[in-house]
Design a protein around this ligand. Sequence first.
Ligand SMILES: *[C@@H]1O[C@H](CO)[C@@H](O)[C@H](O)[C@H]1NC(C)=O
Ligand SMILES: *[C@@H]1O[C@H](CO)[C@@H](O)[C@H](O)[C@H]1NC(C)=O
Ligand SMILES: *[C@@H]1O[C@H](CO)[C@@H](O)[C@H](O)[C@H]1NC(C)=O
Length: 740
Amino acid sequence: MALKKIVNTWCKLEVIILIFLHISSTKTREIDDILVYTVATSETDGFQRYTRSAIEYGIKPNILGWGEGWKGGENIRYRPGGGWKINLLKKALEPYKDDKNRIVLFTDGYDVMFLSDLNTIIDAFKKTNARVLFGAESACWPDPELEKLYPVVESGKRFLNSGLYMGYAPDVYELLNYSPVKDTDDDQLFFTLGYLDEDLRTRLHFKLDYNSEIFQNLNGATSEVEMFPETNKEYTEYRLKNVVTHTQPLIVHGNGFSKTNLNALGNYLARAWTPEEECRHCKWGQIDLRRTLVKDLPTVVLALFFEMPTPFVEEYLMKIQDLEYPKERIHLFIHNNVKYHMPHVQSFVDQFSGRYKSFKQITPDDSIPEWTARDLSLDYCMQKDCDFYFVVDSIAHLDNPYTLQLLIEQNRTVVAPMLVRPEKAWSNFWGALTKDGFYARSHDYLDIVYNKRKGLWNVPFINTCYLVNATMLKKYDRTQLSYNKENFDADMAFCSNLNELDVFMYVSNRVDFGHLINPESYDVTRTAPDMYQIFDNARDWNQRYIHPDYPENFNPNKKTLQPCPDVYWAPIVTRRFCNDLISMMEAFGKWSEGKNEDERLTGGYEAVPTRDIHMNQVGWDPHWMIFLQRWVRPVQEHVFTGYFHDPPRSLMNFVVRYKPDEQPSLRPHHDSSTYTINIALNEVGKDYEGGGCHFLRYNCSVTDTKTGWMLIHPGRLTHYHEGLRVTKGIRYIMISFVDP
Ligand SMILES: *[C@@H]1O[C@H](CO)[C@@H](O)[C@H](O)[C@H]1NC(C)=O
Ligand SMILES: *[C@@H]1O[C@H](CO)[C@@H](O)[C@H](O)[C@H]1NC(C)=O
Ligand SMILES: *[C@@H]1O[C@H](CO)[C@@H](O)[C@H](O)[C@H]1NC(C)=O
């Protein structure tokens, strides 16, 4: 079955290659003179990248070992092994062992990319005068003792690496047969001993590509290579250069611990990303679900995690609900680890969970730690035989409702939508890792985060929101693929496992998917804690709390309402703001006595006292000041032209409570301000009766106040005013004396 599939794939590739050859047949050399081999047992992300680079340069590798179990020893990355590769190639070369003109090129398959076509590779090979040429590296491996037997070199790397080599068929064949080798023997050791045999080395013209004229092994050389854009006749593409040896390698190998470096280079090399066409590899394998019937759509486990108190969780949940993907194809899994969010989650569950294909919730009462819960969500995906596993943590706001569909269509094993804290460089991926596996910044990180460069990026760490193709999950058990790993937090454990399994993690910024919430200063011991998020989560704060009609205040075709002379009326905040502010004040509860003596004031005396609470009593003074500057000041400058004072100053910011049996009204007075704002926090006729503001000089009253709208008027001299009597209920207003 798998074999049939690959045969099919190769037939398709052949067509592409034929077209390619047709285009580039200016050179007369028979490409058949060269045979390209690799060993791969199954499709991996690395092998797909290899294949893509081969197709890009019209190369058609012969794949050995496909569909067979790996026989070259366990865990080849850390332990010796790989003799099987030699035995496979030996057999394959049997028919060509006397073919003197035939060149053989062998490459590893999972961590290699072609950077050039075969003509260029053959030309470079011929220049070396070698009959057998291997790539070189800086470490003598697997037996460092052999170092002293190696010839000394003047420049470049001294030691043999067996991941990339080429030569004439009879010579390569002879080398493969110079001594028997077991499948589980080490291939690199085998070739090394061959190389160190001086007779054999001389007879075969057996050389190492010390200076990376053709082969670039990256391990130990990552700081010696750079990418640079090279412009040909038709297009620009990124090429690799070795800045130490001044060569341009034609094949690159991410051997040993350099594979994350190859992953980073692979985002650009082999025309994966070019300045003109941008992300060319994005289109590779991409699918289109738009015409797929609902019943045929892949099933998804959507796993939501509330691991820390998070601002704007209600909006987060609405965005989950708004995802454009049929709920009947989604299994919903929720881990809520935060007591504070229980009502939010419960209200979502009560309203919507029934629409999903299935639903499971773990609540704070279950006391299940994060990594266990995340593992359970993987198990849930297995139980439900899901096609995809989609994680969305509570800080991930998916503003783009097509996120899930777009990620599925991207057809990668693991792909994350890029999410960034607005105006910050903090995102849900890392561009590079330090040696110990922690954050390091990649050369292109800022370009990606700021969307100067768009595409699909292979990165070593993602978190918060990502989609996993469950076919991969099903390949491994919980010992290999888990969120639980010593000394790692859950995300790092998962990514570290994926790295070890050679599964690529992509992050996409091809379109805007959403943004990240910053939970750092969120203090749920406060009442209405989201109100305090005006600094750390300004975008979400504005969305929730600024009146949707606020921009209308500046509409040149509209006149600002003026209920009394020089008293303007403008929509400013939402009802939610009003309710939250009242809640903050009532929860605090220490309303002033309404007396002239007031120890909250510097002078200790208030001439016209009200029953009120000051903003600084509830820790909301800095927030209010920034609100004045960002939202009130522009309206002031618009209606009272020519007066600028930025930032506005204000010492008196408070909420007043009018109540028939407490303080129902306020006698006429001037305010000690240049201008005063007065926001109605609740609704006349519903929450209270009576009330309003009367301006005596103009004999003009504003009584039909609108919730969330502010009155803005001069404070002194002209606008002598009084608070009208509240006859029933409670009236709340928010007052600020600006620029006293
Ligand atoms: C996804 O892409 C791979 C190639 O990378 C392709 O073989 C496969 O058919 C694609 N999946 C679908 C569902 O088309
Ligand atoms: C998931 O991955 C497998 C293996 O790569 C692939 O065959 C399959 O098409 C992918 N599933 C979807 C729905 O893209
Ligand atoms: C003020 O206006 C009210 C009606 O709006 C009117 O009845 C009253 O006579 C006016 N008072 C003065 C002093 O003009």
